[in-house]
Design a protein. Structure first.
Ligand SMILES: [Zn+2]
Lengths: 322, 319
């Protein structure tokens, strides 16, 4: 009797049918080809356990790992006018938006949150590359402005995780106007004397790089992230020559003086805590994972956003001999 | 005269009139006055008609017309005592960006602009108006100078975009553009920007984050070129007409969207047909706007500039 097909599989199915089953239980690392089990990958913050390749991570997943105990409060972003230009290409812009919203379960390409990180109150904003390439339109602009305003109100630093192909073309000139708009947001932080730390993740390109992503007090990038204004293909077409190995990657930018540091994702939280606490003149932080702050400690009381952990199914799939 | 593709019927009529006159010059017995005048009339009416209803893609072509007055022409005609100031004090002097001290009327100002060049030699020298990081850093330096000595800044925008090159990337094209935009938002002096041809993406924003932004009637200002947009969204660069429509890159649309403050009319047939009149109209507008802004305090100038950009786009096309 084949226990896998006759016993374990129905059990797995019955367990998973009660839970949200991820579409793909296995992910192939695009860099080294290793098949990675989704739990293993999630636990490692979407970094390949074999070759350290940094894959995309959603803002929500990132915030769970960043904030103490995974607890944070979302900062509300003023909703912009829908489809301000009535843009039509081969698809209607509102249809593209709906598809992106359905695919990601998020409203737009940026999530803003407030909480504590190593018991240090911070505001964080993260761009979602899976949402229309993380592209910067009115919403992303509004999100960064809202994040800066909240940081100023709370006298907290702003940590921004960038990831975008560039401007949202479907918002035309209004997407371009997010360059000055988000720069105004950065000025608000600077005038309030608050740290603004940019973490550049793969990829950060175009108008995003040429505005808020390059105006941080400290620039940290994730390993091998592509960071550029004009993409490698555009440049190759212009200069008609092959570009050097690693061109426009994080390590290359570090060598050329555009970044302060390149830091692996697993070390990012501790490093951000260390840097922000020094910039704020605070005592060294307690290291390691911390439980969520007690409600009375937190300003505006961050709400726990993590669901109660579901029962671990591992035991159930232990092979049982007949 | 360099005719644009959509001006072909006009070129034919004007050519016929020219041909008639040439024939008459060769043969004294021939009287073509009436016939040529008739053709002239027809051409004139056609020109008015063509330019009354330019499509967005046609406007792109007019905005890029090689005979259109460029930054250098405006500086020479509108300003006196122009004293170029060169270099970014770091790496090089970028010839795609002109800049220096000059007087607009009696007022000393700092003038900065993209220069495209007017023939093969100068176009190469000017890198077709595509600035490298040094160009933006020169602009930053000049804006700082203006701020320190309380001089208004006038910028003339005419660029296909920032230069996409290896060296430009290595030396921090993104950072340079971001810092130039930031500098625009920091200076406590009037900053007026005129888009005189092409306002190409981030390369334009770096100069045009101003208290007042004006555009010539047939100039364009866009997040991406219609060709670039077409190749990404339509997967076909030949769909640039559709992309130009969709992007809303004309002065008229930008005015509706509240992105620009004023449109400067061009002579019938576009700036390239009457350069002097165009330049004079821009000059008059700059002087009017400057007179208005001069009275404002440093704080107000910065505050108003910032809130103006924060407000942009709140209403979409319904603005
Ligand atoms: Zn791998």
């Amino acid at each position: 009797m084949n226990w896998i097909s006759n016993y374990v599989r129905p059990r797995i199915n019955s367990i998973f049918s009660r839970r949200e089953v991820p579409e793909n239980l296995w992910t192939k690392c695009p860099e080294c080809g290793t098949m990675l089990f989704h739990r293993e990958l999630t636990d490692n913050l979407n970094v390949c356990t074999n070759c350290d390749h940094h894959m995309a991570i959603t803002p929500r997943e990132r915030f769970k790992a960043l904030f103490d105990g995974g607890a944070f409060a979302e900062v509300e972003v003023p909703a912009p006018v829908v489809d301000p230009l009535q843009f039509r290409d081969q698809k209607r812009y509102p249809d593209r938006m709906k598809a992106a919203q359905k695919g990601s379960g998020e409203t737009e390409a940026m999530l803003v949150a407030q909480g504590e990180m190593g018991r240090t109150p911070v505001v964080a904003a993260a761009q979602d590359f899976s949402f229309m390439g993380g592209s910067m339109g009115m919403y992303v602009g509004n999100a960064i402005i809202a994040a800066a305003q909240r940081a100023v109100e709370a006298k907290a630093p702003l940590i921004l995780f960038s990831a975008a192909g560039g401007a949202r073309m479907q918002e035309g000139i209004l997407s371009l106007m997010q360059m000055p708009r988000t720069t105004v947001a950065v000025e608000m932080l600077k005038e309030a004397g608050l740290p603004y730390i940019v973490v550049l993740t793969h990829p950060t390109t175009g108008g995003v790089t040429a505005s808020y992503a390059m105006l941080g007090d400290v620039h940290i990038a994730e390993p091998n992230a592509l960071i550029c204004f004009a993409g490698p293909r555009v440049i190759e077409q212009t200069i008609r020559e092959k570009l050097p190995e690693g061109f426009q990657r994080a390590e290359y930018l570090l060598d050329h003086g555009m970044l302060d540091r390149v830091t692996p994702r697993k070390d990012m939280r501790e490093e951000l805590i260390t840097i922000t606490r020094m910039l704020l003149g605070l005592s060294p932080a307690i290291k390691g994972d911390l439980p969520p702050p007690k409600p009375e400690q937190a300003e505006d009381g961050p709400q726990g956003t993590e669901e109660a952990p579901a029962e671990e199914p591992q035991d159930a799939v232990e092979p049982k001999t007949a | 005269m360099n005719y644009l593709e959509f001006e072909k019927p006009l070129a034919e009529i004007e050519g016929k009139a020219e041909e008639l006159r040439a024939m008459a010059r060769a043969d004294e017995g021939m009287d073509v006055t009436a016939e040529a005048a008739g053709l002239d009339q027809k051409a004139k009416a056609m020109l008015v008609d063509l330019y009354k209803k330019l499509t967005p893609w046609q406007k792109c072509q007019v905005a890029r017309h090689p005979d259109r007055p460029h930054c250098k022409d405006y500086i020479e005609a509108l300003f006196s005592e122009y004293t170029p100031l060169a270099g970014d004090r770091n790496f090089a002097d970028d010839h795609a960006v002109m800049g220096g001290l000059a007087r607009l009327g009696d007022t000393p100002v700092v003038v900065i602009g993209h220069e495209k060049g007017h023939d093969t030699k100068t176009r190469i020298e000017r890198n077709f108006g595509m600035a490298r990081p040094e160009g933006y850093r020169k602009a930053i330096r000049l804006m700082d100078l203006a701020d320190r000595f309380n001089l208004p800044v006038i910028t003339l925008v005419d660029t296909p975009g920032a230069y996409p090159g290896k060296g430009a990337e290595e030396r921090g094209q993104s950072e340079a553009i971001a810092r130039a935009t930031e500098k625009c938002l920091q200076i406590g002096v009037p900053l007026i920007s005129a888009v005189i041809g092409e306002g190409g993406s981030g390369g334009a924003v770096a100069f045009a984050t101003a208290n007042r932004v004006v555009m010539l009637e047939h100039s364009i200002y866009s997040v991406i070129s219609p060709e670039g947009c077409a190749s990404i969204l339509w997967k076909d660069a030949e769909k640039m007409r559709e992309a130009a429509e969709a992007l809303r890159l004309t002065a008229q649309d930008l005015s509706k969207l509240g992105v620009i403050d004023r449109i400067v009319s061009e002579p019938v047939g576009g700036a390239q047909r009457d350069r002097a009149t165009t330049i004079a109209s821009v000059g008059k507008t700059l002087e009017t706007l400057l007179a208005d802004l001069k009275a404002k305090s440093r704080d107000d100038l910065v505050k108003e500039r910032r809130s103006k950009f924060l407000q942009i786009g709140q209403t979409g096309l319904a603005a």
